[in-house]
Design a protein around this ligand. Structure first.
Ligand SMILES: O=C(O)CCC(=O)C(=O)O
Ligand SMILES: [Fe+2]
Length: 250
């Protein structure tokens, strides 16, 4: 999909897929690392929900892995992101999301809307992205999206969810799915006995967004920041700290 097509697709449908944005072999190397990170007991403190074994979210990956840096500052992705939320776009968080065999479907939701007004802003407040680190298939828990739902400008109610038709976005590893924060979506069920879905989820917010609201997000450690290329530093310089408490949960 060309850049312009990606933008138009996201504008119209609420999401777009950029295929093969990194090579599949690179995704394979990342997958190996991310499964290790999730299995390492030392990282459990940065799980979103330590009690959910079948669907695991690990925050703070930016400090644990340098391979994700290229994804965060990926030029093609950033062009789409900046089109919607401006040149001051910043990283919210980069986290890995592992859907294990037999994981049930996640709830359909919009992102970062918990304290927004019922009628959601017309201006996008977030562009979210999920990198397929393993292939995404209908069976292994590919992300589900409800096309056009960002236009409803509301969080999905129970009846919205019952009446909507989420579609799985499948793709080869190395591809990246982007969506508008107001697009209704959720993690698909993994109906297999032996296929694991690994993803790298990278959220971007406009310069005016108060990032301190987001639960579980981790700082970029100063020593990590010092090693980063300048384009990445520009995206994360607002969240450099030694401890989470120093920048979040004021
Ligand atoms: O894991 C997924 O497929 C969806 C995750 C999600 O809802 C999100 O990143 O906002
Ligand atoms: Fe979400």
């Amino acid at each position: 999909m060309s850049q312009q097509n990606a933008i138009e697709h996201l504008e119209t449908f609420g999401y777009c897929l950029i295929e093969d944005a990194i090579p599949a072999v690179q995704a394979d190397t990342m997958a190996e690392k991310y499964f290790q990170l999730h299995r390492n007991p030392a990282n459990r403190v940065a799980f979103q929900d330590p009690n959910d074994d079948l669907y695991q979210t690990l925050f703070g990956v930016i400090n644990l892995d340098e391979m994700c840096w290229k994804c965060i500052a990926h030029p093609e992705v950033l062009r789409v992101v900046r089109h919607f939320i401006g040149d001051g776009a910043r990283l919210g968080e980069a986290c890995t999301k592992w859907v294990k065999p037999r994981a049930p479907q996640g709830g359909i939701h919009s992102d970062s809307t918990h304290d927004l007004p019922a009628r959601l802003p017309e201006t996008p407040w977030m562009i979210n992205s999920i990198w397929m680190i393993t292939d995404f298939t209908v069976e292994n828990g590919a992300t589900l999206v409800v096309p056009f739902s960002h236009r409803a400008r509301r969080r999905p109610s129970a009846s919205d969810i019952a009446e909507s038709h989420p579609v799985p976005v499948c793709g080869r590893r190395g591809s990246v799915l982007l969506w508008h924060g107001g697009t209704w979506h959720g993690q698909g069920a993994n109906t297999t006995d032996d296929q694991h879905r690994m993803a790298l989820n990278i959220a971007y917010y406009p310069a005016w967004w108060n990032l301190m609201r987001e639960g579980g997000h981790q700082p970029v450690f100063p020593e990590t920041f010092a090693r980063m290329p300048e384009d990445l530093q520009m995206l994360v310089r607002h969240k450099v700290a030694k401890r989470r408490e120093d920048i979040y949960e004021f």
